[in-house]
Design a protein around this ligand. Structure first.
Ligand code: F6P
Length: 337
């Protein structure tokens, strides 16, 4: 076996636990006398040949830190052939045998394109707060992000309760509702609006239904009312949604965008452990001569998913989650009547 040097980078939106994965890759590679070359700022580090050898010292004391010590970026250059060729040249010049990329589906698409111009092994580790990558039950960062959002919304609920006020809180997720549904359930949101349960081609209908439900709830009981809404769902965003509720139904509603608070912070135990398992598995996969696979975890077991399968579809929010939210709201409405 001639593996001597693995390239490593983090790409796309940073996610809590990426550092834990970097640490795991470096430590487990060290066991096999493999050197890790960390490339900076996502694929830009490959295009600009910006890297550094990662020592054991470099990954000391990082498991609990959010963000990524390798920095991250979105890299449109990698969508062009010239960018891909430059990246491939850097890998060859640095005698890299395999490349591990921690990121989401966009980053894996980059990896697939790169592998058409470079012969080395390519391995993906799913790291994104959105949890929308197919082939793995969880992505690194998701558990922390939902805990952060829950913590923030619990605080908003205090004010909502004190003032008997209606809040609409926008959550991240790009175009999927994993964060919105999970957080909505955990915060006992009175309403969840996401891609999975809203017909986005008929906003007028959704607004009307929402207004009706809010008015009914206000009649049944005094108190707070919390709506969580997925980003990119409503035309004009959450501020526009609140404005329309006021204009169309006379309902005062305070909009709130949680935003990047969801991406940062110290990873929770679940993300540290998942990231460590996946980082170790990535090195094992390279040693076992695997390539073009993403490390996933399904039913608590590590699996190797072809990168092409991982990016084919966005992972869907589980129907049981959607059903739980709808049913619990139906029950709440019944008990209030
Ligand atoms: O990392 C994924 C994500 O957090 C999405 O939920 C969000 O839409 C997006 O990143 C925003 O990313 P940026 O503004 O950094 O490009």
């Amino acid at each position: 076996m001639t593996i001597k040097r693995i390239g490593l980078l983090t790409s796309g939106g940073d996610a809590p636990g990426m550092n834990a994965a970097i640490r795991a890759v470096v430590l487990s590679a060290h066991r096999y006398d493999i050197e890790i070359l960390g490339f900076y700022s996502g694929y830009n580090g490959l295009i600009n040949d910006h890297s550094n050898k990662l020592s054991l010292h470099d990954v000391d004391g990082i498991i609990h830190r959010g963000g990524t010590i390798l920095k991250s970026a979105r890299c449109p250059e990698l969508l062009k052939e010239i960018g891909i060729k430059q990246a491939a040249q850097t890998l060859m010049k640095n005698k890299v045998y395999a490349l591990v990329v921690i990121g989401g589906d966009g980053s894996f698409n980059g990896l697939i394109q790169l592998s058409k111009h470079w012969q080395g092994q390519v391995i993906g580790i799913p790291g994104t707060i959105d949890n929308d990558v197919d082939g793995t039950d969880l992505t690194i960062g998701f558990s922390t992000a939902i805990n952060t959002a829950i913590d923030a919304i619990d605080k908003i609920r205090d004010t909502a309760d004190a003032f008997e006020r209606i809040f609409v809180v926008e959550l991240m997720g790009q175009h999927s509702g994993h964060i919105t549904f999970n957080v909505g359930i955990a915060c006992a949101a009175e309403k969840v609006l996401s891609f999975e349960n809203v017909d986005s081609t008929n906003e007028a209908k959704t607004l009307k239904e929402c207004a009706k439900e809010i008015k009914q709830a206000q009649k049944d009981r005094h108190g707070s009312y919390l709506i969580v809404i997925a980003e990119n769902l409503w035309t004009g965003g959450v501020t526009e949604f609140a404005k329309q509720l006021k204009n169309e139904a006379g309902i005062d509603c305070t909009p709130c965008i949680l935003g990047y608070i969801q991406r940062g912070g110290s990873p929770v135990a679940k993300d540290r452990i998942l990231a460590t398992k996946m980082g170790v598995a990535a090195v094992q996969a390279i040693i076992a001569d695997k390539s073009n696979v993403m490390i996933g975890e399904q039913n608590n077991a590590i699996v190797f998913v072809p990168l092409t399968d991982a990016i084919k579809h966005k992972k869907q929010v589980s129907q049981s989650l959607v059903a739980a939210q709808e049913n619990i709201l139906a029950l709440t409405a019944q008990t209030q009547c």
